[in-house]
Design a protein around this ligand. Structure first.
Ligand code: IVH
Length: 659
């Protein structure tokens, strides 16, 4: 067979496999850029040999595939994809093509952020959400209305009775993604590789209750039928009650477009959701119509893609680090590879099970990804090395040589020595971090000096250092000024909020968020220490595993003695009184159900009042419900509350609670 023809066939087969993995399984094995490259190669070959172009070639369709199991919906206007520009030059070429087609004077562009999630299509019938649909193959999508309804930023009713269709991106914020993974760790479920996969996978869940647990979000960007300008449509979408990403701009010149793209490429890390580029659109719908589209994408829009944060590389070795809880964490040493502007040499592996799950051996080629986290992770093995070496889990601590132990219910091995220098060092670094006690200048080298010099053995010792500063000045690279600065930083840490101290203690499973929840609920160390496991479990967002670890930590005499020393050193052991602009957190950590018609407030007002006081409005009554606020004509929720013995509060009593 002819070489080019064979190559075309091979490319098509390969692309189809990747399409299936990406769209159907939500489980890609190559980076988006690599996929685009395969498509480009196929397109180039097909344009050289148009005689071999067939209608079933991956280049001939919009992309994606509908999944079985959900009803289908045929879009009135296909959900096209976008052509990509990987450089300012390619963006310029797109602009030149536009101008050649239009030979008009000035063109206004709209630049929007390209949200890295999954697109969905919404249908509103006289202002009421009637259908939520996935993109599917762009022509036919899956109807997943119940799941879409759980996304809080998708309005169920518009501010006007319009019959419209709306498209936009559904996504998971970075914080929500981290929390979801932390929770999955605690439940020992596999982590999601990135927010996009976590979001996209959610829509095909069969149980909407599972979807509700993931705090999905939504930005609208297309209104159908279109108005006169994209910029006006964005404003209208906002007016109809949608969340529209605020970072869009009308650009009067191509130079402004380039500036917008460059600016956001450097600022993408400041956002709490992932973006992978900028979508540039021609503002005038009239011009959009004149430009038209190809079979795959509109000519009037293009995606300027930021430098990829996925890449493939090889695993040179798997090393083991010891963390503050004694956990032995394997880390992959990688063949250095550039990724999103930095050179990557390592990736986290979490635990041995993760290595098994990935089927990873030393020597394999892997797909790595840098998402919200700074340290990249291995998404999967893309090519196993024929002579790959399996990872041997250590039987002794690589730092202190003590025995290591893996409990039956745990995914990690731990060094059991309380005096392991690696554990002590990590505990200090955790204590000093910005989101805990925020002690600037207490970095890795300094901690090593202090620990190895015998000046400190646990974090409470930091607060005794000011007693004899000469011991510090005796250390290498510690002049009077450095000592003074460090002592000032340590002293200032006495003023951090209580919740940061709870975080700083380094209790397993208690990250920043959980620490906030605990501090918000108990308000003081005394009350937290007095709480039984069962009481901890009652706190919203605290599961049985976390409750048990917190309780075990606080019962341990050595930890209680440490807390006593911290208390004596003047560290915050209780929440401050409420800030003047923040109402008393009377509902902190509570789930409250509202039912029936209220006289004094709208549902929205009640929700805002509860949330401002630290509570959460839940939609159904369960054993975890703190109380049910019942107005006139309450429904079945009241009966359920009575059955479960949940407290019922009327409007007047609720008003009294709002002190
Ligand atoms: S406009 C014909 N605007 O990017 C217009 N898309 O690579 C098509 N996306 O499938 C979409 N943010 O899922 C548009 N501000 C934005 C976007 C956006 C993210 C996604 C969308 C689309 C994909 C194309």
């Amino acid at each position: 067979m002819n070489g080019a023809r064979e190559r075309i066939e091979r490319l098509r087969t390969e692309i189809r496999q990747h399409e299936r993995r990406y769209y159907v399984d939500n489980d890609p094995t190559i980076a988006d850029e690599e996929f685009d490259l395969l498509m480009q190669q196929l397109r180039a070959l097909e344009s050289e040999h148009p005689e071999w172009l067939t209608p079933d070639s991956p280049t001939q369709r919009v992309g994606g595939q509908a999944t079985d199991g959900f009803p289908s919906h045929v879009f009135s206007e296909p959900m096209l994809s976008l052509d990509n520009a990987y450089s300012v030059e390619e963006l310029g070429e797109w602009n030149d093509r536009l101008r050649a087609r239009l030979d008009d004077g000035d063109i206004d562009y709209v630049a929007e952020l390209k949200i890295d999630g999954a697109s969905i299509h919404l249908i509103y019938d006289a202002g009421i959400l009637s259908h939520g649909i996935t993109r599917g193959d762009g022509r036919v999508g899956d109807v997943v209305t119940s799941n879409v309804r759980t996304i809080r930023s998708v309005p169920l009713r518009l501010t006007a009775d319009d019959t419209v269709e709306v498209r936009g991106e559904m996504f998971l914020g970075i914080d929500a993604f981290r929390r979801l993974n932390e929770e999955r760790d605690a439940r020992e479920l596999p982590r999601f590789a990135n927010p996009r996969n976590a979001a996209a996978g959610s829509l095909h869940q069969v149980d909407p209750a599972m979807v509700r647990e993931r705090p999905l979000d939504f930005f609208a960007y297309t209104l159908l039928p279109r108005g006169e300008r994209q910029s006006r449509d964005l404003e209208r979408l906002h007016g109809l009650g949608f969340k529209v990403n605020p970072n869009w701009s009308v650009c009067g010149s191509f130079d402004d477009v380039v500036e917008f793209c460059r600016d956001w490429e450097t600022r993408r890390d400041t956002l709490d959701y992932e973006i992978d580029g900028v979508v540039v659109k021609v503002d005038s719908v009239d011009l959009q119509e004149r430009l038209g589209r190809t079979s795959k994408a509109p000519r009037w829009a293009i995606a300027f893609k930021f430098k990829a944060r996925q890449a493939t590389t090889s695993v040179l070795d798997i090393q083991v680090q010891v963390g503050r809880t004694g956990a032995l964490t394997p880390k992959a040493a990688l063949e250095p590879v550039p990724l999103g502007g930095v050179t990557i040499r390592n990736a986290t592996l979490h635990n041995e099970d993760e290595i098994d799950r990935l089927g990873l051996r030393i020597g394999d080629r892997v797909l790595i990804e840098r998402g919200g986290d700074v340290i990249p992770k291995i998404v999967k093995v893309v090519e196993s090395a024929p002579d790959g070496r399996p990872f041997q889990a250590p039987t002794a601590c690589p730092v202190c040589g003590s025995a290591v132990f893996r409990a039956e219910d745990e995914v990690v091995r731990r060094c059991l020595s309380q005096t392991c220098p690696a554990r002590i060092k990590e505990a200090f670094l955790h204590w000093a971090q910005r989101k805990a006690m925020n002690i600037g200048g207490l970095g890795e080298r300094r901690v090593e000096q202090l620990v190895e010099g015998g000046l400190v053995s646990d974090v409470s010792d930091l607060y005794t250092l000011s007693g004899n500063p000469e011991r510090l000045t005796a250390l290498e690279r510690m002049g009077d000024k450095s000592v003074e600065n460090l002592l000032a930083e340590i002293d200032a840490s006495r003023a951090v909020p209580f919740e940061q101290l709870v975080h700083g203690l380094g209790i397993r499973h208690v990250g920043e968020r959980t620490a906030q929840v605990l501090a918000g609920h108990f308000h003081s160390m005394k009350r937290l220490m007095a709480a039984e496991t069962a009481e901890l479990e009652q706190v919203d967002e605290i599961g049985p595993v976390v409750a048990e670890t917190v309780s075990r930590f606080l019962r341990e005499p050595r930890n209680r003695a440490l807390i006593d020393r911290l208390d004596a050193a003047g560290l915050p052991m209780a929440s401050e009184g409420p800030a003047p602009d923040r109402p008393n957190q009377v509902f902190a950590g509570q789930r409250i159900v509202v039912t029936g018609t209220l006289g004094a407030w709208t549902r929205g007002e009640v929700k805002a009042m509860i949330e401002a006081r630290g509570g959460r409005v839940a939609s159904s009554v369960s054993g975890r419900t703190a109380f049910v606020l019942a107005g006139a004509d309450p429904g079945s929720k009241l009966a359920k509350a009575e059955k479960l013995g949940v407290r019922i509060v009327d409007e007047a009593a609720f008003g009294d609670m709002l002190v």
